[in-house]
Design a protein around this ligand. Structure first.
Ligand SMILES: [Mn+2]
Length: 424
């Protein structure tokens, strides 16, 4: 089911008067509202193909029905999100969960929905049916060169699928590590992983990037072979100029200063992309901005500061993607909330008075520095984000329209109440 322009226009009619009032108030408050709105219109966040179904934990999963049964239906779902918010114009695929049978047809279908293909994702953290060798003790780090070769070949295949779809990057997340002291020689595990990654890097097309994603713990609980940003930076530096570190907000130890990590990676020209989510304890994969919106704002504050310092384009020079799971929410509503939270944090960070902040920092005026940051954070920028949607043909209130149009009920009717989306 596709929401058409007429439905969007008629829904917007209901919200327009209130929206105009809010926007006018905000335009009186801030000086460069139109610049912010323009930047918001350009900012797109990729949706991963595995986030369209209900998530779960190792204890259980409670699907809500109407989940996409195929790659085509996943693309339809992302197309629907993009139609509503005009900010989800890319999809990130996972191999082998989303192997396209006909690359050209899939590419065409995505184009019809205004979508491009973001980073491709490989999977050497699970054994697939019929796979000759097991990843039980790691993939690229494995003591057996035949297992490493299998993992390399899989990544090369992922690149081939990506080329067919017009993707320009591959994200490698390795679950490799160890669960017990003594299990692993750390140095050998690092060297094996580096050599394996080098084989994949060598096969990258010249206009591609490789993102090396790190994670502090889980599934391995004693050591992770790409466990933090330092390790990822080591790999990406040794690999070459088209290899970058990817930051997933849930992949840190508690209370890590993620905004500082972002600032330093940007300084080194080694930040490649972002996986957005939120967490209370670990890799909780909760809705972006649902637990720590101030942290999200502080991260965007550093992103803008660091990207501007290097003359980078906010919309296109880093990979932006949501990587979350939805255990108790409708996945599509959750994704709409996540995209909205990201754009709110981005808009607030754009409001930071950078000149005044730099002056306060020079004078060690910590009170003034906090005043400047919190003045931006406490500005209600939702009307700016809504205006960016309105100008680009989206819905003023996407969740309201999603509910009033009974989208989920239509999806359940079309796809069934017991559908199972691959990937979770
Ligand atoms: Mn991730």
């Amino acid at each position: 089911m596709v929401i058409d322009k007429k439905q969007i226009d008629s829904s917007n009619e209901n919200h327009l008067a209130q929206h105009r009032q809010r926007l006018q108030f905000l335009k009186n408050e801030i000086s460069d509202a139109d610049t912010v709105i323009e930047k918001l219109s350009q900012f797109q966040i990729a949706i991963p193909s595995w986030a369209l179904g209900t998530g779960g934990t190792r204890f259980g999963r409670f699907p809500g029905g109407g989940e996409p049964r195929s790659l085509e239906e996943k693309i339809e779902d992302v197309g629907l999100l993009h139609r509503l918010n005009r900010s989800s114009g890319a999809i990130s695929l996972h191999i082998p969960w989303d192997i396209p049978k006909d690359g050209n047809a899939i590419r065409e279908l995505a184009a019809q929905h205004g979508l491009r293909f973001d980073a491709m994702n490989s999977n050497t953290f699970q054994d697939q049916p019929g796979q000759p060798l097991s990843y039980k003790f790691g993939s690229m780090q494995h003591t057996d060169p035949a297992v490493r070769r299998q993992a390399i070949e899989h990544n090369l295949e992922v690149i081939q699928h990506g080329i067919a779809l017009g993707s320009k990057s591959i994200t490698v997340w390795l679950s490799d590590g160890s669960c017990f002291p003594g299990q692993l020689n750390f140095r050998k595990a690092f060297q094996n992983t580096l050599e394996s990654l080098r084989e994949v890097y060598k096969a990258l097309p010249s206009d591609w990037k490789m993102f090396v994603e790190y994670k502090a713990f889980e599934p391995n609980f004693y050591s992770m072979t790409v466990g933090d940003w330092g390790q990822s930076l080591l790999y990406s530096s040794k690999l070459g100029e088209r290899a970058f570190t990817l930051v997933d907000l849930g992949h840190h130890l508690p209370n890590a200063n993620i905004e500082q990590i972002v600032a330093l990676l940007l300084m080194e020209g080694k930040l490649g992309g972002f996986h957005f989510n939120d967490s209370k304890f670990g890799d909780d994969d909760l809705t972006v901005g649902s637990v720590k919106p101030y942290q999200l704002f502080l991260i965007f504050n550093e992103l803008i500061e660091g990207m501007d310092a290097r003359g980078m384009n906010h919309a296109s020079d880093l990979g932006w993607m949501i990587d979350a799971s939805h255990n108790v929410k409708d996945p599509l509503e959750d994704l709409l909330q996540s995209v909205e939270a990201i754009k709110i944090a981005y808009a607030q960070a754009l409001l930071v008075d950078r000149k005044k902040l730099a002056e306060a920092q020079e004078k060690n005026d910590t009170v003034q520095a906090q005043e400047i940051l919190q003045a931006a954070f406490r500005t209600d920028v939702r009307a700016l984000v809504a205006e960016a949607r309105l100008k680009t043909g989206g819905a003023l209130n996407p969740i309201d329209l999603f509910r009033k149009a009974n989208v989920r009920q239509h999806l359940i009717k079309a796809r069934g109440s017991k559908t199972f989306s691959t990937g979770l």
